[in-house]
Design a protein around this ligand. Structure first.
Ligand code: 5RP
Length: 252
């Protein structure tokens, strides 16, 4: 049913092999069902969230949603939302958000998240921290047993000034977890990736669990030079997971 609604299946083509992007779209479409006219909506960033932004734009154009205000979490989402006709504002004018919809890089069994592999973690945390409902949309590949379990990057946004010093402090902090701290770069020339806020990202890779997440979060934030990190503790209210066998909705 969800795949039908996302336009991926039709009565004349009742079965296909769903790609990972199809699963992201299905989760996104399900989340947009929670959006009602008149709401202020936090608009996430990434390849999953972009389907939600596109769907909200489509419903606005069809007149099925009205008077929506979007609060984008990145310059990229800002551009996309404008291109699909979503009226935009910001936290200064709309400090309370009804619903935010965003993807995630990892989701643990308690609905804690890793976010920011797309580089937008700071604005995401600001926007998603003030919403009444935070809907996370993922395909099932994002589910982990514990935060850091994927072995992939745990992003930390740092100021550019003496970033090597900050990176070495971060690595030292998680020495016992076999942490490796690497500056995020892009392109053949391996230039530093610069966030929408003009900062760098240090990606942390762990060999072992980082233990208590609150302790880890506090100790990262305690380091001068750190702006924010990608551990989203106790923020998600609902996680919508699209898998080969269907949709699962987990509520906090
Ligand atoms: C960007 C994010 C994204 O939500 C996260 O990286 C998931 O991205 P995708 O939906 O492309 O897998 O946190 O900063």
């Amino acid at each position: 049913k969800a795949a039908m609604e996302a336009g991926l299946l039709s009565p004349s083509q009742p079965s296909i092999i769903l790609t990972q992007d199809d699963l992201k779209k299905i989760a996104a479409y399900k989340a947009v069902e929670y959006v009602k006219s008149g709401m202020v909506i936090g608009l996430g960033t990434g390849s999953t969230a972009k389907h939600a932004v596109a769907r909200i734009g489509e419903l606005l154009r069809q007149g099925k949603l009205k008077d929506i205000v979007g609060i984008p979490t990145s310059k990229m989402t800002h551009e996309q939302a404008l291109s699909v006709g979503i009226p935009l504002s910001d936290l200064d004018s709309h400090p309370v958000i009804d619903i935010a919809i965003d993807g995630a890089d990892e989701v643990d069994p308690y609905l804690n998240l890793v976010k920011g592999r797309g580089g937008s973690l700071l604005r995401e945390k600001m926007v998603e921290g003030v919403c009444k409902k935070f809907l996370v949309i993922v395909d099932e590949s994002k589910l982990v047993n514990y935060i850091g379990d994927s072995g992939l990057a745990m992003p930390v946004e740092v100021i550019q000034f003496c970033w090597k010093f900050t990176a070495s402090k971060l690595q030292k902090l998680f020495e016992e977890s076999g942490c490796e701290a690497k500056l995020r770069t892009f392109g053949e020339k391996k230039e530093p990736f610069v966030t929408d806020n003009g900062n760098y990202i240090i990606d942390l890779y762990f060999k072992e669990s980082i233990g208590d997440l609150k302790v880890a979060s506090d100790s990262i934030l305690n380091l001068a030079g750190v702006v924010e990190h990608g551990i989203f503790l106790d923020m998600a209210t609902t996680v919508i997971i699209a898998g080969e066998l269907g949709l699962t909705v987990k509520n906090k």
